[in-house]
Design a protein around this ligand. Structure first.
Ligand code: ADP
Ligand code: MG
Length: 305
């Protein structure tokens, strides 16, 4: 395992790219090399259609790179079978999507229990674990409510409880506050951050610059190409500005602090994307780019109902 300045590398993309087959083919993520370190809190930002969800779906093993490799804990999971990747997802990765993806005719606790389909636990134990997860997100008192009786923020809390019930090491969040108002966005962000403080590696796609600014590291993406715009947090004096890559493994080095790395074409300067001040409750750019939740849920192994 490669020790990094912020801990061990937990996910490593090496020249990983993703092209949707089409037709026509869409090269949504160009060859990308990057590392997520254990215990990090990383924000992924970029305009609509830039490839954020595609990247997150690779990091979360919902998709395999069509080129290059992805390793988790040094194991090449891109080459693994769907079944093996599903097992890794179920035990190690929690997902939170913009539109919650709760089953409408299931209560909060039942929705959370759905994430435990892989757990070899008796139903009673699963219920207890689901109740504990709901308590952790402050929603145990709504355990028997249907999603239609919950506010947006409460629904997302249920989804977060579902994401964390299997005690995943990583949480992958695709615009988790995209449908929420300002106050709820802050509450949910604080909840995710408390999970991060508890040791969870947190990767969060967001359009909200305030949410992004709270991450330890921001990664910007534009036209499928990645620009790592803030360096890995270094505990020691800055020293050499670059993260030493593992021998033979190309790693996107963090640029020296403040160094602009203009993405192709549009030349966004400086460390922060020119994002809208505030993410309104409704997506600003027409229909949201599919966060592909339903497909994601299939891949997560949730039963069709
Ligand atoms: P973002 O999450 O940043 O909005 P996506 O990763 O969803 O962007 O999409 C990146 C690009 O890939 C976009 O051009 C989008 O239209 C395209 N894309 C996304 N999903 C599919 C798909 N299932 N088939 C073909 N193209 C897709
Ligand atoms: Mg998206």
């Amino acid at each position: 395992m490669t020790g990094g300045p912020a801990g061990d590398a937990v996910i490593r993309l090496s020249s990983a790219a993703y092209t949707y087959r089409g037709p026509p083919p869409v090269a949504a993520l160009k060859p990308t090399s990057m590392v997520i370190y254990r215990g990090e809190h990383v924000a992924i930002t970029g305009p609509s259609g830039s490839g954020k969800s595609t990247l997150l779906n690779l990091l979360g093993l919902l998709d395999k790179p069509t080129q290059g490799t992805i390793e988790i804990d040094g194991i090449d999971v891109g080459a693994a079978s769907e079944r093996e990747r599903a097992a890794v997802r179920a035990h190690r990765i929690g997902f939170v999507f913009q539109s919650f993806h709760l089953l409408a005719y299931r209560t909060s606790v039942e929705n959370v229990m759905l994430a435990q389909v892989y757990a070899d636990e008796p139903r009673r134990r699963r219920r207890a674990a689901a109740m504990a997860a709901l308590a952790e997100v402050g929603l145990d008192h709504r355990a028997h409510a249907l999603p239609t009786a919950l506010s947006g923020g409460e629904r997302q809390r249920v989804a977060i409880a579902r994401a964390l019930v299997n005690r995943p090491a990583m949480l992958m969040c695709d615009e988790p506050t995209g449908n929420l108002d300002t106050a709820t966005t802050l509450e949910l962000t604080e909840l995710l951050e408390s999970l991060h403080r508890g040791g969870t590696t947190l990767v969060i796609i967001t359009h909200n610059p305030t949410v992004a600014a709270r991450a330890q590291r921001q990664i910007a993406i534009r036209d499928g190409a990645l620009t790592e715009i803030s360096p890995v947090t270094l505990p020691a004096p800055a020293g050499p500005p670059e993260t030493p890559p593992a021998p033979g493994v190309p790693t996107t080095p963090p640029p020296p602090a403040g160094a602009p790395e203009p993405p192709s074409g549009t030349g966004a300067p400086g460390p922060v994307q020119p994002l809208p001040e505030r993410q309104p409750p409704t997506p600003p750019e027409g229909p949201p780019p599919a966060d592909r939740g339903p497909r994601g849920l299939d891949a997560l192994g949730f039963p069709d109902e």
